[in-house]
Design a protein around this ligand. Structure first.
Ligand SMILES: *[C@@H]1O[C@H](CO)[C@@H](O)[C@H](O)[C@H]1NC(C)=O
Ligand SMILES: *[C@@H]1O[C@H](CO)[C@@H](O)[C@H](O)[C@H]1NC(C)=O
Ligand SMILES: *[C@@H]1O[C@H](CO)[C@@H](O)[C@H](O)[C@H]1NC(C)=O
Ligand SMILES: *[C@@H]1O[C@H](CO)[C@@H](O)[C@H](O)[C@H]1NC(C)=O
Ligand SMILES: *[C@@H]1O[C@H](CO)[C@@H](O)[C@H](O)[C@H]1NC(C)=O
Ligand SMILES: *[C@@H]1O[C@H](CO)[C@@H](O)[C@H](O)[C@H]1NC(C)=O
Ligand SMILES: *[C@@H]1O[C@H](CO)[C@@H](O)[C@H](O)[C@H]1NC(C)=O
Ligand SMILES: *[C@@H]1O[C@H](CO)[C@@H](O)[C@H](O)[C@H]1NC(C)=O
Length: 518
């Protein structure tokens, strides 16, 4: 009963319409954080003291580096001409060598994000996601996330404030970035709930500490430097702070003191008095910081989790059988052996088919364990498809209740797919990718999509056109095979096609070495 109520409520949650390759990919990094199918970001900050580039007790943390990196990447923004902002220009050595970007935390963050980047998740999106995952997993509020940042092709003009600068200079820098003096106080107080100042990067501010719990000589901003909380404000107000930017020996570099007291302590006092005010202010300011992007970049809507999300949906043409496999994630649901999940599919002949109960795969969680999701699998062991009938869309039955995206169904395309007749030649290594194309579908272009990066590290897709076969080769009565010979055994290919002026891509990718010998 409980399950039914929950799921009925979830159906009402608004999300985007599946499929949307970009939103699907961004949602995956955003919400598949721990457990089954976890993307790996949250694991790097478990526990929040973790610092993957050093052992324990360095005094450093990945979480602090990730948040600092996002701010420094954004801080080049110039509101008047729309240049700079979150565009991953911080990855350029030229920016990292500037005094305003002292320390190796930026490079470390960019390296740690490598595995998250793909054609739909830019480097800049990954830096925004890193900050969000750090904040949310280490005690902070949920941050609204939009995707779609583009990655700069070259460094931006400098623009990060430095501790020794005057209050006027700080106010001007934050104004250029689009923040009022009050918001400046907020952003500094929110960012500095994590981390501290490291001796190596700022030897004039922090000396050698001779502290076995801070081997890398990091003097922290507050006593809870791996946790999001308002201790940065309460310790400042109570006079117990040990922040090197408030009670540092040289008053010139006590920039947080100047900033916090710049409005007579009004804002920082409101944070010290109310953890809720602090938290909600930080949630807003962090989201705005991450959404500060160069003019012309259009961000997506705020990404919310899909209540029911098909994942890894893949077709393979295997001689006379079309194989369909995939997974489905049920959001905000906990493991329940009595839950019965079934797949339904509609074919091109207008028939609907229903599977037996799907196999349970595992649970995942997100947002510091706040949300839980369960995963089920479907595959060719229980789904036998007639290629002529094909598949138009999927839907699910959860304890008998239909989940079909409010009548739309979860559309899938079976116009083209990898064929299991693809093969490899061992010596010299080469191979062939075969694509099965549905007869009667007007495919104006068919191509392989090779995932690679450009000369400044941005993910790109290289398209390799497949020439239509001179004389049709039948895969079976409903499909024809188009082939391409290839020589790179490591290259990973998706398949793309243009149909009716629309580009479609498979989400599955293949190397020819996966297949049998030709
Ligand atoms: C910001 O852009 C305006 C307009 O192009 C320019 O006049 C100003 O110098 C820029 N500010 C900085 C700090 O580069
Ligand atoms: C304090 O810091 C400023 C700015 O870095 C520097 O110019 C000055 O020499 C420092 N004063 C002392 C006493 O170290
Ligand atoms: C702000 O608070 C600090 C810490 O309690 C105190 O030292 C300082 O005098 C206050 N400044 C103003 C302008 O009230
Ligand atoms: C998650 O489910 C619980 C009931 O199990 C419900 O109270 C809560 O509102 C749901 N949260 C979201 C964000 O859907
Ligand atoms: C295939 O699907 C069935 C039914 O959902 C499931 O029990 C089985 O574990 C799945 N096999 C694989 C390899 O995923
Ligand atoms: C691939 O190579 C084989 C063997 O050389 C050749 O017979 C075939 O025509 C080639 N196919 C294509 C699509 O180029
Ligand atoms: C296929 O599509 C192209 C472009 O949309 C169009 O020009 C062509 O007439 C179509 N061919 C058929 C057979 O429908
Ligand atoms: C489809 O892909 C081609 C080649 O990459 C591109 O030029 C075209 O703009 C794309 N069309 C749409 C509608 O996205």
């Amino acid at each position: 009963m409980n399950v039914l109520l929950t799921l009925t409520y979830l159906s009402a949650v608004r999300g985007y319409t599946w499929p949307s390759p970009q939103l699907d990919a961004l949602e995956t990094v955003r919400f598949n954080q721990e457990g089954f199918n976890a993307g790996g970001l949250a694991a790097l900050i478990q526990p929040c003291t973790a610092y993957i580039f050093g052992g324990p007790n360095t005094g450093r943390s990945d979480a602090a580096d990730w948040i600092r990196t996002a701010y420094h990447d954004m801080a080049t923004y110039n509101k008047s001409d729309g240049t700079g902002g979150m565009d991953a220009s911080i990855r350029f050595i030229e920016e990292q060598e500037r005094p305003e970007n002292a320390g190796n935390g930026f490079d470390n963050t960019v390296i740690a994000m490598n595995s998250q980047i793909n054609r739909y998740v830019s480097i800049a999106d990954s830096l925004a996601l890193a900050a969000i995952v750090a904040i949310e997993n280490c005690g902070g509020p949920e941050i609204a996330f939009r995707g779609g940042r583009s990655d700069a092709g070259e460094p931006n003009a400098p623009g990060v404030p430095l501790p020794e600068q005057s209050l006027e200079t700080h106010i001007a820098a934050f104004a250029r970035q689009g923040f009022t003096p009050t918001e400046m106080i907020g952003l500094v107080a929110c960012g500095h709930t994590f981390g501290g100042v490291q001796h190596d990067a700022f030897p004039d501010i922090v000396g050698e500490l001779d502290d076995p719990t801070s081997i890398d000589d990091v003097a922290h901003f507050d006593s809870t430097f791996v946790t999001f909380d308002n201790a940065i404000a309460t310790e400042y107000i109570s006079g117990t702070t040990r922040s090197p930017l408030i009670v540092g020996a040289n008053d010139t570099t006590n920039s947080d003191k100047q900033i916090f007291s710049s409005d007579g302590n009004t804002t920082i006092l409101s944070f010290a008095t109310s953890a809720e005010v602090y938290t909600s202010t930080c949630a807003d300011l962090f989201a705005r910081m991450l959404d500060t992007v160069p003019a012309g970049v259009e961000l997506t809507e705020v990404i919310t989790p899909l209540p029911i999300k098909p994942s890894s949906v893949e077709f393979v043409m295997n001689q006379d059988t079309m194989e369909l496999s995939g997974q489905v994630r049920l959001w905000n649901t906990t493991e329940d052996p009595s839950l019965i999940v079934q797949l339904q599919w509609s074919d091109h002949l207008g028939e609907t088919h229903t599977t037996g109960p799907l196999g349970f795969l595992g649970t995942s969680s997100s947002t510091g364990g706040k949300y839980s999701a369960v995963w089920y699998t479907f595959n060719s062991s229980s789904i036998h498809l007639d290629p002529a009938a094909g598949v138009r869309s999927l839907s699910f039955l959860i304890n008998g209740v239909l989940e079909d995206q409010n009548g739309l169904g979860f559309a899938v395309q079976d116009a083209f797919m990898i064929s299991s007749t693809s093969c490899q030649i061992e010596n010299p290594p080469s191979g062939r990718i075969d694509v099965a194309v549905r007869n009667g579908v007007n495919v104006t272009r068919l191509y392989l999509e090779e995932m690679t990066t450009d000369n400044v590290g941005r993910p790109i897709v290289v398209e390799l056109d497949i020439t239509p076969p001179a004389s049709p080769v039948a895969a079976n009565p409903a499909y024809t095979v188009w082939s391409m010979n290839l020589t790179d055994p490591n290259a990973l290919y998706g398949i793309g096609a243009q149909i009716g002026g629309v580009n479609y891509s498979t989400t599955d990718q293949h190397r020819f070495v996966e297949f049998e010998v030709c």
